[in-house]
Write a protein that binds this ligand. Structure first.
Ligand SMILES: [Zn+2]
Ligand SMILES: [Zn+2]
Length: 260
């Protein structure tokens, strides 16, 4: 593995270690490219405090830290500055627009799409919650597709996060739609190592089978929430095995798409 674009920091409140430890483990693990993509801040109303992302006033410290490390380690590894972002539609879209205005002041190079919430974090559903409701699955796919169509996202992190327990045919139909859109836009789909390491419901074999049939491109993302994850070969090998098993073409690196 040459490049990993999916890396968190302690600011998201559920990751550990210092950024320097992440960089040093990435170098030890043989990576040539390391992208930081911590959970984005969102300008939510003051009374709502998210427990899974940095606060708006932490963005500056995040940017400065990553840029300092980028300079310091430039001989050893290529470091990039990104964010993992949910896309919000309909009446929640203003949160996304505010985010774009916020990051326009910083040299943020890319967004990964991480659709952790259907509708919105405030008042919406956690995408990983089991559901047999086809309406929820359809919303997840529609929101993901709209996000891809904006052109602001570099790739789709854990597209198989949704945990649909309903009819198989409905799952296939919706996910085929999502995969076809990714393919037509040339957007890679991420096989997520954290899911493998923690035995989560993703990577989902049934999803990757569909993605393989649709000729999608895949990329392995470590989704590091601890420094050691960047030097842990087993989940990476298992992710590569999934790509091989379903005939997915695996991207080593991606072209970063400007997020604004
Ligand atoms: Zn996280
Ligand atoms: Zn992540």
């Amino acid at each position: 593995m040459r490049a990993n674009y999916h890396t968190h920091t302690w600011r998201c409140r559920h990751a550990s270690g210092t950024e320097r430890e992440y960089v040093e483990n990435a170098i030890r693990g043989g990576l040539k490219v390391l992208g930081f993509s911590d959970h984005t801040p969102y300008s939510y109303p003051k009374e709502f405090v998210s427990h899974m992302r940095m606060q708006v006033d932490q963005l500056e410290g995040y940017v400065d830290t990553v840029l300092d490390l980028k300079r310091e380690y430039r001989e050893d590894i290529e470091i990039h500055l990104g964010l993992e972002v949910e896309y919000y539609t309909e009446h929640y879209i203003e949160y996304f627009h505010k985010l774009q205005r916020l990051v326009a002041d910083y040299p943020v190079e890319y967004f990964l799409l991480g659709q952790h919430y259907i509708e919105c974090e405030i008042g919406g559903y956690w995408s990983g919650r089991p559901t047999d409701d086809p309406g929820v699955l359809e919303k997840y796919c529609a929101q993901t597709i709209q996000a891809m169509e904006t052109g602001y996202f570099t790739y789709v992190a854990h597209p198989d996060l949704i945990r649909f327990t309903g009819e198989e045919g409905i799952y296939e139909e919706q996910m085929r739609r999502l995969c076809r859109k990714a393919k037509s836009l040339g957007l890679p789909l991420e096989i997520n190592c954290l899911g493998i390491y923690e035995g989560r419901n993703y990577p989902s074999e049934r999803f990757w089978e569909i993605a393989g049939k649709e000729g999608c491109e895949a990329i392995v993302g470590i989704d590091a929430h601890d420094a050691e994850a960047l030097n842990r070969p087993q989940p990476i090998q298992e992710a590569e095995d999934i790509a091989r098993r379903y005939g997915l073409s695996l991207r080593e690196t991606v072209e970063l798409r400007p997020p604004v």
